[in-house]
Design a protein around this ligand. Structure first.
Ligand code: ADA
Ligand code: CA
Ligand code: CA
Ligand code: CA
Length: 209
């Protein structure tokens, strides 16, 4: 096969919009590469777990061409299957995006875009199902993906990553709970500027409900 290389270079925003309450998305929404950032009491983008998402996607929704600025609060939530296409996080907040929902057949697809400055997690998988991350770049991060280690539903979760460029500093591409049957698949992974080999591909955890 001849994989599509991930996009390189960060987009410059077409203007900025302060978001003071979560924007609900259903169907397909094109953000026009505007920068959206949290304002008011949404959250400061630190590590507090009580922050609001900037966007919340209904099952079946697609959000494309969006830049999440700073503060990023709790990023983007998906309530079921969803697609994030060409979405960029300039300074990841508590995390960048979360898959919630309750169907084992749901799929969240992140295609294109990138994330930087994530103190901890970028993509957080709390519901069951599969997260697909492709054509994506990440730099200065904790984990690119984490299957929830303490969610009360001990779901099986799956992740597939392809065409990823991860630039140091970073800790791990994926963290999964092998006791719950989680799986992770990787293809075409490029690690950059990591001469002391600190970035781990997959960390295996024991999930505790
Ligand atoms: C942490 C926390 C989880 C969940 C998650 C999230 O991993 O332990 O319970 O809150 O963050 O959704 O951000
Ligand atoms: Ca969290
Ligand atoms: Ca950050
Ligand atoms: Ca979160």
């Amino acid at each position: 096969t001849n994989p599509t290389p991930p996009p390189s270079g960060w987009p410059s925003p077409n203007g900025s919009q302060a978001v003071t309450s979560t924007i609900s998305v259903s169907g397909t929404v094109d953000g026009g590469l505007k920068r959206y950032y949290a304002s008011g009491d949404m959250g400061d983008g630190g590590q507090s777990e009580s922050q609001d998402p900037i966007f919340e996607l209904a099952n079946g929704a697609t959000l494309k061409n969006v830049i999440i600025g700073s503060p990023g609060a709790d990023g983007i939530h998906c309530l079921g299957s969803c697609t994030l296409q060409n979405v960029w996080w300039e300074d990841v907040g508590e995390d960048a995006a979360t898959l919630l929902g309750s169907s084992s057949s749901q799929v969240m697809t992140i295609d294109g875009g990138g994330a930087r400055s994530a103190s901890d997690k970028v993509f957080q998988h709390n519901g069951p199902g599969t997260m697909i991350i492709r054509n994506f770049q990440v730099e200065n991060f904790g984990k690119l993906y984490r299957a929830c280690g303490n969610c009360t539903n001990s779901y099986q979760r799956h992740v597939q990553m392809s065409n990823i460029v991860a630039t140091s500093p970073g800790k791990a591409l994926a963290g999964i709970n092998t006791n719950w049957g989680d799986t992770a698949r990787f293809s075409n992974i490029t690690i950059k500027n990591d001469s002391s080999h600190k970035i781990v591909i997959c960390e295996k955890y024991k999930g505790v409900p």
